[in-house]
Design a binder for this molecule. Structure first.
Ligand SMILES: *[C@@H]1O[C@H](CO)[C@@H](O)[C@H](O)[C@H]1NC(C)=O
Ligand SMILES: *[C@@H]1O[C@H](CO)[C@@H](O)[C@H](O)[C@H]1NC(C)=O
Ligand SMILES: *[C@@H]1O[C@H](CO)[C@@H](O)[C@H](O)[C@H]1NC(C)=O
Length: 699
């Protein structure tokens, strides 16, 4: 059997990698990238009021470095972020080049966001994306740069011989299509090839040492990390992030703290554009009646229509979806996979100016390009349905309800919006243009015109890293194309939300329905055709050799970014108190399943981001004599919540509330809650403090 698969891999290699039976080296690394935990708006739902208030799950960057025996390297990073931006990626590459010379460049580094909607924003450079955040946020930007860089450095330092195995499993009841009426616009012959209107297959590549120990794994499953909804104020990596934590804990040992183990497991984004985890589907908020899919309206228009489920609340839903993904991934991990190690490590990258592309349109029935027709891209623009939002999060810029007040930045630019030029109106039809983002230049670019496209391979794994959210069918077309170019032995993936963020990509047919995803397909009806042409060209260069031109560099906006996010002013402890004083003590006795809580006099958590550390630790007494305590949970654990509460802005007083839900199986003993922070002194300077609660017994 073993020999057979080796023979097959060898045969494939003769065909596709010119006989080079490459030995693979793999390194994995993980680092904290958590953004500022309070007062910064979250990225994703574009809800001005969704400001951070603490941490449920910390954000991590998970890096995988690959090297073949010719020394060719590739970096794949999956980061708990809403998406990735060119600015962050370029800064990471700059730092890598300072350390490693020209080993890493934009030609071999892919950074893919998981698309969690519960993390601080402000790290993208294009103006539209920072608008709901009150502009650019340096703290978020540098949290990503330092953490992503660090995860790659760790992975690089741990490069070792490895094999790579591929496996799949169907995960049911974890995702639904949130625009099923758009999906139905695709040709019936094409739809007939697929059982579901979303992809249910979890794809996994796992990396094994020569002695078959697991080094790490990358899982791809199409789902929006929007189990946490737009009322959530705690930083969270959502369903896919929690699935990673569960898998890493299971493999590194149950006492390993989040982000600390040597085995790294990513759940990376793919063609999740129209895919929701809210499996109960859209319902009216109070009456719980099903609401109209197409219009997202409830009878009488008196209540909101949004999707939720499958749990009793958003935390429960996150847990359920994460557990399904984790269990599916463990099943694949524990089965022998298909060895796909043989073959080189390579990547082909190009920057593409989307409005300037002229291509032949893709015909889904013949799966070819129509060589007798020619279509092009448009200057970026957002359609009206974009403002209505989705069932996962209604209303991005809800003009109808006038919910634009309270954001000074939005108010300042709203009046500058010009009507779109006639050529754009024609180009984007049937999309009615709400925001001609490609034409507004104040204060600088609103959406990218230049995107990053890459095709990569590691042995027989062949992937396309795409700069946005492909819908289910758009992703299926892209994967089919990769398979045609790379051959039947290739195992193909689409790595979503990579390197640059250029919104959604629907099929031409879905575009006609102009729901949210189509309204956010910013280069017009032929956006997907342009990408398919481009990825065909890149994949051919990847497989057959031969380079491609680098393309135009995206504009560097880093010198011009506007921010209205106020800095931390100062902190003060209330009269008669010190920072770190515990002002609400836990109950003295608890059982597993209880939630323990304590409150502390606090500084602003933005004073120090505490990467790789914690604002809130749960400690168990290990030696009374030595007063020695061991950390059993941090603020990155599922069971803890760190909540920061402003008491008086003028006085500068605030509190940190810390909760711990005692997990089943917690050993009986003496425990305490330990809070760490920093305060900003009114006359300047930032000083660390800490404090702990009275101890309590778990029995
Ligand atoms: C972790 O805990 C689970 C459930 O309690 C158990 O099945 C598993 O074997 C444990 N893993 C390790 C590595 O100890
Ligand atoms: C968000 O989830 C909470 C439950 O955790 C629910 O009460 C609330 O209505 C949901 N809101 C939206 C807009 O989904
Ligand atoms: C290809 O495009 C031409 C020109 O637009 C059109 O007439 C023809 O019907 C198209 N062919 C197919 C197979 O769709």
């Amino acid at each position: 059997m073993m020999q057979m698969s080796r023979l097959l891999a060898g045969a494939w290699c003769v065909l596709l990698c010119a006989g080079a039976a490459a030995a693979l080296r793999v390194g994995v690394g993980i680092a904290d990238v958590t953004g500022p935990p309070a007062e910064i708006a979250f990225m994703g739902y574009a809800n001005f009021e969704q400001l951070g208030q603490g941490i449920h799950l910390r954000q991590f960057s998970r890096a995988f470095v690959f090297e073949d025996d010719a020394g060719s390297k590739l970096v794949f990073v999956s980061v708990d972020a809403a998406m990735m931006g060119n600015g962050v990626r370029q800064e990471v590459i700059k730092r890598l080049q300072k350390r490693y010379g020209d080993t890493y460049s934009e030609k071999n580094v892919i950074v893919s966001g998981t698309h969690t909607h519960s993390t601080p924003g402000g790290f993208l450079q294009d103006f539209l994306f920072d608008l709901p955040i009150l502009g650019f946020v340096r703290e978020t930007y540098f949290a990503y740069i330092t953490g992503i860089y660090k995860s790659i450095v760790i992975a690089h330092s741990r490069l070792r011989s490895a094999r790579m195995e591929y496996g799949e499993v169907e995960v049911l009841d974890a995702n639904i299509n949130r625009s099923p009426t758009s999906y139905l616009k695709n040709p019936p012959e094409e739809r007939a090839k697929y059982k579901y209107d979303v992809d249910k297959t979890l794809v996994q590549v796992k990396f094994l040492s020569p002695t078959n120990e697991v080094i790490g794994a990358i899982n791809w499953f199409a789902v929006h990390p929007t189990s946490m909804n737009n009322t959530n104020r705690l930083i969270s990596s959502d369903n896919v992030g929690y699935a990673s934590l569960l898998m890493e804990k299971a493999l590194n040992g149950n006492n390993t703290l989040p982000g600390k183990g040597s085995i790294v497991c990513a759940f990376a984004s793919t063609n999740l554009g129209d895919v929701s985890p809210n499996t109960r589907g859209p319902r009216c908020e109070r009456s719980r009646a099903r609401c109209d899919q197409a219009e997202l309206r409830c009878p009488g228009d008196h209540e909101k229509c949004f999707a939720s489920g499958p749990g009793v609340d958003m935390f429960d839903s996150t847990r359920i979806i994460a557990t399904k993904l984790f269990e599916g991934a463990m099943k694949v991990l524990n089965q022998p996979g298909e060895d796909i190690t043989a073959g080189p490590v390579a990547m082909v990258h190009q920057f593409v100016s989307m409005p300037d592309e002229e291509v032949h349109p893709y015909d889904p029935l013949t799966e070819t390009f129509n060589m007798s027709a020619s279509v092009g891209g448009c200057a970026p623009a957002m359609g009206y349905s974009f403002a209505a939002g989705t069932t996962d999060g209604p209303g991005a810029f809800d003009f109808r309800q006038g919910a634009t007040s309270g954001n000074r930045l939005w108010d300042a630019v709203r009046d500058l919006l010009a009507p779109p030029p006639a050529a754009d109106v024609r180009c984007h039809a049937p999309k009615p243009i709400l925001l001609p983002t490609g034409r507004i230049k104040f204060p600088y670019s609103w959406q990218p015109t230049v995107v990053s496209c890459s095709a990569f391979r590691v042995g027989r794994l062949v992937g396309a890293a795409v700069p946005g959210e492909f819908t289910t069918m758009a992703g299926r077309r892209l994967r089919a194309l990769l398979r045609r170019v790379a051959g039947a032995a290739a195992r193909v993936v689409v790595a979503g939300l990579s390197n640059v963020y250029a919104d959604y990509i629907t099929t031409y047919e879905e575009y006609q329905a102009q729901r949210y995803e189509a309204a956010s397909t910013i280069y017009g009806p032929h956006t997907l055709s342009i990408y398919l042409n481009k990825y065909q060209e890149l994949a051919e260069a990847l497989i057959n050799g031969g380079g491609v031109s680098p393309g135009p560099e995206p504009a560097d906006l880093s010198g011009r970014l506007v921010t209205l996010v106020p800095p931390v002013m100062w902190d003060a402890a209330p009269w008669g108190r010190e920072f770190g004083d515990c002002v609400r003590q836990p109950q003295p006795r608890h059982l597993a399943g209880d939630t323990v809580a304590a409150s502390f006099v606090s500084g602003h958590p933005r004073n120090s981001i505490r990467h790789g550390r914690s604002y809130a630790n749960i400690e168990r007494l290990v030696s009374e004599q030595d007063d020695a305590w061991t950390v059993v949970a941090t603020d990155a654990d599922w069971q803890t919540k760190y909540i920061w509460r402003r008491n008086s802005k003028i006085l500068g007083t605030s509190y940190s509330d810390i909760e711990w839900e005692i997990p089943a199986g917690t050993p009986p003993g003496t425990y305490r809650i330990h809070h760490y922070g920093s305060y900003k002194y009114i006359l300047g300077g930032i000083y660390p403090y800490h404090g702990f609660s009275d101890s309590f017994e778990v029995t």
